[in-house]
Design a protein around this ligand. Structure first.
Ligand code: UDP
Length: 382
């Protein structure tokens, strides 16, 4: 018998598997319905020899020394600071919107005057969310706020979420604040890098331990069933723990209704050219049906004769058809999630962790930190 059954081999499940196996000598079974570990972070070498992210671009960045130190046990790092351009009014400009973006889109006298106003109002180096900037009473700042809202957020968010940003949790648009600076990087965290040999290798190293058994191509429902407030594992009452990182509504047979997600269809293309675009990612807020194009080789400064890109087409998540990527933040969805969460508390040996199980828009570093915390709170000294 195993001490812990972990459903899902993404960051949440894999970090806990590693900790439980190495720190507490627990016998862990980690299962995943996919044919690989790593969840949506999974990467692989495509037929052109280029390392691609099979479930869309994953750029590692964190301000947590703890997360950085933990992950550095499993990988060395390729120094990389992510840059994104947006195609706005026929120009490729830095995203998030910053003072360089301002100068690229407006005549000099106008850009200089708005820059002065922004710096005097908010301070150089500060970041302001678009929802915050829109509250300004100043006429000129209001003009630039409306411009940024319309040209960068409105149509992108309509494609990405099928909603306006003000209908979503403010934290969503706050991920890409307006920067009162000339720093063109997408993230400003002190630690930013790509795993030298990719994410799949990082996960392989994290899960490589004699106490960890990995079963791929395995649906949790095929080995785990709920009876009352207990789990039955392969027809025997499970004495150990369950760590579930999948969709919480699926775990409980959708008894309180479905929790909506946004999905993405990724379309990969290989082009016979050294470079497809200027930045690693180009956002298209106002043109085309896709939101952005990512060119993978640029993350590693890799030399190849051709280049592979991925276009992202956001779409509604349909159970059994495509992959859930993003929980959708609305009050109604949050309430439904709370019902599931409350119900889950009646299971003594169940721990829910991860984007899908907690219905939360975690970044990679957030979920590593969360899993480390869950280990300390729930399992350490157990
Ligand atoms: N966003 C936008 N325009 C952009 C970039 C981002 O409207 O050019 C909004 C959009 O709602 C998006 C959110 O900001 O979902 C967060 O963007 P981020 O790049 O962090 O999304 P992720 O990489 O997680 O998909």
């Amino acid at each position: 018998m195993y001490d812990v059954i972990i459903v899902g081999a993404g960051f949440a499940g894999s970090v806990l598997a590693h900790k439980l196996a190495t720190r507490q000598n627990k016998k862990v079974l980690i299962i995943d319905k996919r044919p690989h570990i790593g969840g949506n972070c999974f990467d692989s070498i495509d037929e052109h020899g280029i390392l691609i992210h099979n479930y869309g671009p994953h750029l590692f960045h964190t301000d947590s020394q703890k997360v950085w130190t933990f992950l550095s046990q499993f990988t060395s790092w390729h120094n990389y600071h992510h840059k994104v351009e947006g195609f706005i009014d026929g120009h490729y400009v830095p995203i998030p919107f910053n003072l360089n973006t301002l100068h690229k889109l407006f005549p000099r006298f106008m850009a200089e005057s708005i820059e002065k106003n922004l710096v005097e109002t908010y301070g150089y180096g500060k970041k302001v969310t678009i929802l915050e900037l829109q509250k300004t009473a100043d006429k000129d700042l209001r003009f630039i706020a409306d411009f940024i809202y319309e040209k960068i957020f409105l149509h992108y968010s309509a494609k990405q979420w099928g909603k306006k940003i003000e209908e979503l949790d403010p934290a969503v648009s706050a991920r890409v604040p307006v920067a009162i600076s000339k720093d063109d990087r997408y993230f400003h965290d002190p630690f930013q890098a790509m795993p030298q040999e990719g994410y799949a290798k990082l996960f392989e190293n994290m899960l490589s331990h004699e106490n960890i058994e990995i079963r791929l191509n395995t649906e949790f429902k095929d080995i785990l069933r709920i009876e009352g407030e207990n789990f039955i594992f392969e027809d025997r009452l499970l004495e150990g723990e369950v760590v579930f990182t999948g969709m919480i509504d699926e775990l409980f047979d959708f008894r309180f209704g479905t929790l909506p997600y946004r999905s993405i269809e990724l379309v990969f293309e290989n082009h016979e050219t050294d470079s497809f675009q200027n930045a690693t990612t180009t956002n298209y807020p106002n043109d085309y049906d896709y939101t952005r194009i990512t060119e993978f080789k640029k993350m590693y400064d890799a030399k190849h004769e051709s280049t592979t890109i991925a276009k992202e087409y956001p779409q509604e998540f349909v159970y059994g058809k495509n992959t859930p990527y993003y929980p959708i933040f609305t009050d109604e969805n949050q309430k439904r999630y709370e019902e599931y969460k409350k119900y889950a508390q009646s299971f003594k040996n169940l721990t829910l962790v991860g984007r899908l199980a907690e219905y939360k828009y975690y970044d990679m570093d957030d979920i590593v930190l969360r899993a480390l915390e869950v280990f300390e709170e729930r399992f350490a000294d157990a």
